[in-house]
Design a protein around this ligand. Structure first.
Ligand code: BYC
Length: 318
């Protein structure tokens, strides 16, 4: 490494260690840039693909109030995806490139969105569990060292907290409803509990990116730390709803003050991550079709922009 590059690297790490944000025009090591592009674009894809399992229920929401809530939530997620794609663009990657990687299957997105939403109760379980997990993971990202990512996360987290609350409230209504409704809530809980624990990523020992991401203060907590926090937070919420946690090994350890839980099915996790989950193919097919069918909108917007530019130039000349 050249002396100047060592100095730049040292200066960069000093800024990180002193909690000074890195901004788009600042010098940064190539590996930091690549890690951010990977994480931010995968996060954006997760938001966009995450709209699909819920959009499935908009036309079947049981009341006008629930339909409005669900519509607003899905729209928020579209917005989150857009802020995040913009944050990724500040690192020198184009929207076309990130979308190409999603459509070709090269880029990952959260494993959780490859599970089907089978009943209305799944809308409650997704809001309560999936958004609950997302908040735990994302609140520390509001302090990520890269400015545009951290700032996008502040707004996203505010909206996520409403998403989580509406999910818990929906589950409460079902859990306090008829025996059939309570059964639906329990069934949804049984199906979403384990996939939600997988959202936090592989065990720390298998998490190849954590060490560097923590040194760069992109990640503030490891995958296992956040997963444990989620279990500790969610078990009392499930008990309050009167639902049974689908884990016979779950028990509270008085000494550590934490819940111990059973082994996650890591084979299932990696299978889903590698593209072989229940809905992987369907999700990507829907995204590809939406992209192709939206080409005329992008073309029209570009043509309109060009026309306006030309008109403004003509005005300046005359
Ligand atoms: N699914 O070294 P690791 C939402 C990959 S959206 C798929 O620990 P890292 C919502 C990982 O990418 C929620 N892949 O990685 C939206 C890596 O592969 P690559 C999305 C996963 O990055 C709509 C490999 O496994 N949230 O909440 O240090 C409706 C090894 O992992 C998963 C974010 O994206 C997974 N679950 O840590 C409702 C948050 N886990 O990339 C809700 C931002 C791991 O090296 N992202 N992999 O090929 C993060 O915080 C981190 O990227 C992760 C993983 C904690 C997810």
């Amino acid at each position: 490494m050249e002396t100047t590059e060592i100095n730049l690297e040292q200066h960069f790490q000093n800024k990180i260690d002193n909690e000074i944000r890195i901004e788009p025009k600042d010098w940064m090591p190539e590996a930091y840039r690549k890690t951010l592009i990977r994480q931010i674009s995968q996060h954006a894809h997760s938001e966009i693909v995450g709209m699909l399992p819920e959009a499935n229920w908009i036309t079947r929401a049981p009341s006008l109030k629930r339909k409005k809530i669900l519509l607003a939530k899905v729209q928020d997620e579209g917005g989150h995806g857009l802020y995040l794609y913009c944050a990724a663009e500040t690192l020198g990657v184009t929207r076309d490139e990130t979308l190409r990687d999603l459509h070709s299957g090269k880029a990952k997105y959260s494993s959780i969105f490859n599970y089907p939403t089978l009943t209305w109760a799944d809308m409650g379980a997704v809001g309560w569990l999936v958004d609950g997990a997302a908040i735990l993971n994302q609140v520390p990202l509001c302090r990520a060292s890269y400015g545009p990512y951290a700032r996008a996360m502040v707004r996203i987290c505010k909206e996520e907290s409403f998403h989580q609350r509406q999910g818990y409230e929906l589950m409460m209504k079902l859990a306090q409803g008829s025996p059939e409704q309570k059964e639906m809530a329990q069934d949804a809980f049984n199906r979403w509990w384990w996939p939600t624990l997988m959202m936090f990523g592989p065990r720390d020992a298998e998490s190849g990116n954590t060490e560097a991401s923590m040194n760069w203060r992109i990640k503030r907590f490891s995958n296992d730390e956040l997963r444990q926090r989620f279990v500790d937070m969610t078990v009392p919420q499930a008990e309050y709803l009167g639902l049974t946690i689908p884990d016979p090994e779950l028990k509270f350890n008085e000494e550590t003050g934490h819940y111990e839980f059973g082994e996650i099915d890591w084979e299932e996790f990696w299978n889903v991550v590698k593209g072989n989950g229940m809905c992987n193919k369907e999700r990507i097919d829907v995204r590809r079709t939406a992209f192709d069918e939206g080409a005329w909108v992008r073309d029209a917007a570009t043509a309109y922009h060009e026309k306006r530019k030309q008109k403004e130039q003509q005005k300046k000349i005359s």
